[in-house]
Design a protein around this ligand. Structure first.
Ligand code: PMP
Length: 405
């Protein structure tokens, strides 16, 4: 395995006297120096408001900002740059779709379909839309190993369905959903497919055209970029039918006291001053991922995930949720130490400098399905090392013995 730790300055930090072992990438990733540098370089050399000024500095800021739009479009293989616009986060992107397409398309008696593994960000906006519209929210069930139940998907999606909203990769179970098959199913019934790509884009190449997603949402901060910047991709033909949910500067053509014309897409959907430095940081993060290459990144993550999953499966007194085989397992493993509260386990690990998440992971209905109040979750990135996973497993054994004895 290639060691990329030196790219991430935070990894020299000591936590409770131990070296930081960061295993909460599903919540947010750490930032390489190149991303940190790109943000400070922007403020030091190019800071001005975008799209407005005629002066050189404004043109420089605009060029850098718009170059990232091209970069993102190429990264997710969008057919054109206009299909990509910047938001605050995955949550913001998904709410955007609910408030625009959802408001326009969903009527009383219609259906919105989600899966039982959704993050609250891809559940609550649809639930609230369904409540507002007197529509029905339907939930695709899961197989006992946590994978999507295709028979249930076929039963749930009907000619009344307007929207199918699904995560590409679950932030708890680590499973990958059959996105292009779901797109086909949705389209056969005249519905659109909205994909929550938050847990996918940093770990595998994404081709929105091959997936045939109508909308695809993700966050910069889970892909080595900064917080506060997200992306929404939408099919251009759909975007053209939508009324912007926000009005103000940047998104207009001409304004009189009586009327306003709209700017072209995508500016139409980016009202106000955007998160310019965040977008530039996201561009640096994409360049960093491309420099490593998904082949390397995936090989390293799969090796680390196999070590993590097998270590947990072989540990007595530990319950692992989701698929038990590493094939097609995302770099996220949820587990519990039987008889112990997940918070106690995470606190015990933290005392040794190991940072994992404990809780419901913003997926409370999924916790109900798993019949647990919460789980511990360890999630790796390519810059973790086999030695870190060994250390995590050794400390977990000690913590488990402490609590179980
Ligand atoms: N969906 C999934 C699957 C996620 O894992 C997350 C983040 N935990 C989100 C949506 C929300 O992302 P953000 O908080 O960046 O909006």
């Amino acid at each position: 395995m290639t060691d990329y730790r030196a790219d991430f300055p935070i990894l020299t930090t000591k936590i409770n006297g131990g070296p930081l072992i960061y295993l909460d990438h599903a919540a947010t990733s750490q930032k390489p120096q190149v991303v940190i540098d790109a943000i400070s370089r922007y403020y030091a050399t190019a800071n001005a408001n975008v799209h407005r000024g005629v002066y050189t500095l404004a043109a420089r800021a605009t060029a850098q900002y718009e170059a990232v739009r091209d970069q993102v479009a190429a990264f997710i293989q969008a057919p054109q740059r206009e299909s990509v616009f910047f938001t605050r986060s995955t949550t913001d992107s998904l709410n955007w779709v609910a408030q625009t397409y959802g408001e326009q398309a969903v009527q009383a008696g219609d259906e919105i379909v989600v899966t039982a593994m959704e993050h609250h960000s891809n559940l609550v906006p649809w639930q609230q839309l369904a409540l507002r519209k007197h529509a029905q929210l339907k939930v695709i069930g899961l197989l006992p190993n946590g994978e999507l139940d295709w028979q249930s998907a076929e039963a749930m999606v009907t000619d009344r369905t307007k929207i199918v909203a699904v995560a590409q990769v679950s932030n708890v179970l680590g499973v990958t959903n059959p996105i292009s098959a779901l797109a086909k199913l949705a389209h056969q019934h005249g519905a659109i497919l909205v994909v929550d790509g938050a847990q996918a884009v940093a770990h595998q190449p994404v081709n929105v055209q091959a997936l045939d997603a109508d909308f695809y949402a993700f966050s910069g901060h889970k892909m080595f970029g900064p917080t506060g910047v997200g992306v929404l991709y939408g099919k251009l033909a759909l975007l053209k039918t939508l009324t912007p949910p926000q009005f103000g500067g940047e998104m207009i053509g001409e304004v009189t006291w009586e009327h306003t014309t709209l700017a072209a897409i995508p500016q139409r959907f980016e009202a106000g001053t955007p998160n310019i430095s965040g977008v530039i940081g996201l561009g640096a993060a994409i360049s960093y991922i491309q420099q490593i290459g998904f082949d390397t990144l995936r090989t390293q993550e799969q090796q680390l995930t196999a070590q993590l999953l097998n270590g947990l499966l072989n540990m007595p007194g530990v319950a692992v949720y989701g698929p038990k085989s590493v094939a097609e397992h995302g770099p996220v493993v949820a587990f519990n130490v039987i008889g112990c509260h997940p918070h106690d386990i995470a606190t015990g690990l933290d005392l040794a400098g190991i940072e994992v998440r404990a809780g419901h992971h913003c997926a409370q209905p999924l916790m109900q399905w798993l019949q647990v109040p919460a789980t511990v979750r360890a999630s790796v990135a390519f810059y973790n090392t086999p030695a870190e996973i060994d250390h995590f497993l050794a400390i977990l054994r000690e913590v488990r013995e402490f609590f179980q004895s």
